[in-house]
Design a binder for this molecule. Sequence first.
Ligand code: 5RP
Length: 222
Amino acid sequence: MTQDEMKEEVAKSALTYVVEGSIVGVGTGSTANKFIDALATIKDTIKGTVASSEATAERLRGHGIPVFELNDALTQVKKLSVYIDGADEFDPQKNLTKGGGGALTREKIVAAGSEKFICIVDESKQVEFLGAFPLPIEVIPMAEALVMSIANNLGGNAQVRDGFTTDNGNIIIDVTGLTIKDARKLEDDLNEVPGVVTNGIFSHQGADIVLMATPNGVVTID
Ligand code: 5RP
């Protein structure tokens, strides 16, 4: 089974977590795209969606699936029923690294506005400690030099993502070469740096359930 087929399998398996008649939070990336395509097959059973990026909103609309602004959705319901998204890495505590596609801030906001986060990955994303995948930090452009110097002191190597602007008009700094033993602390420490919008560690907004595709089927980790 190819990685692409595994992504498709795990995306389809997430449909069982979609709550009928509800508004569903939808993530960003190649696995989330497979989920959007699968969601299109049951689109008449949901009220609509909230998208974590412009790219996701466009794909949802392309399938004729209603997309609400989060602010509007949260006037109708206290929280979205579920948030379904991929990840770049997950550890045994279901902490995640996200933001490979640069949508980390909106992803974290929509995850925080949802009752449950179902993370859909293939087995290549499973790690003991986060950090093998570059850690993205979304930064207000004016703070680039400040955050670069702090990020370089973390023990890894920080680089501005070349030619990339987030949906919020900011830059991304990627930090490679970290072994993150206390994900919660690093998430908090980085978020306290002025100019950091958020970083790609999802510990506060970690997954409730990870659905992991393997060549032998989808494994549920809860
Ligand atoms: C985008 C993300 C994605 O969830 C993450 O990069 C995984 O993407 P893919 O499913 O393409 O491997 O955080 O910002």
